[in-house]
Design a protein around this ligand. Sequence first.
Ligand code: CP
Length: 311
Amino acid sequence: MTFNPKHILGIKELTAEELIFILDTAESFKEINSREIKKVPTLRGKTIINLFFEASTRTRTSFEIAGKRLSADTVNIAAAASSVVKGETLEDTAKNIAAMHPDIIVMRHGASGACNYLAERLNCSVVNAGDGTHEHPSQALLDAFTIRQHKGRIDGLTVAIVGDITHSRVVRSNIYCLVKLGAKVRIAGPRTMLPPGLELLGCELCSNIEDAVRDADCVMMLRIQRERQGATLIPSVREYARFFGLNEERLKLAKPDAIVLHPGPMNRGVEISSAVADGPQNVILDQVENGVAVRMALLYLVAGGEKLQAD
Ligand code: CP
């Protein structure tokens, strides 16, 4: 199979075969990251612009590292230090950047659909690094990669995802990805943070964390996204931690060899206790490590994949 998408905008539009192809491609790049010289010439001559309108540590840094390890010229633009603060629109910003002929724009934006908007207007490839509450495709792919690394498969596993579901782009991309790859996905969170109709995506809604975590193979915790909440949706952080936080006691309900994932940034003592976050079942830094290989694969595939070698 060959797969060279022009853009990566979301997991929703990808097939199971395409998802597996991306994971397998990432597998082939992973080894480069532990070499002494961590660089291959694959994307030499390509220009990648990382355009971030929202804060990011993991995604921005790993897209930059991924581009550099593939020998692309990478440029980072943070909205706070750009002409956006002078009132320039997204469309004008993007058109001006596109006039400099980048091959790929990797964008994070607070508005759902902003990456699709850009992709419809520009000639270059667009990779979604997280848009509003819509999707975070590279996060779901690195999560799937990490689950496959630790469990050897995704098909047939039970994955519990707990937290602020309404405001999470990570959960939406993960549901699309894990359901397509054959996992059973359970979702739990406070009623005020559970959007109606989520079960239509093929997951099971649980009213409490215990039901979601019981006998699960993987437990993924999400933080409360206060920056996206118009109103306070929980009585207090303390109460949230009491009813929906993952502690050692609750983790015992999962399978003994269950793994714990978190996309970061973590709020220790809120959605996850430090004992679990640093405990033997956590694979959180593996997720971060795998993020580089997955993003190398995405950049390689949108840049042309195997066709690059033929040119
Ligand atoms: N998981 C994630 O998107 O982290 P950052 O916000 O640090 O990029």
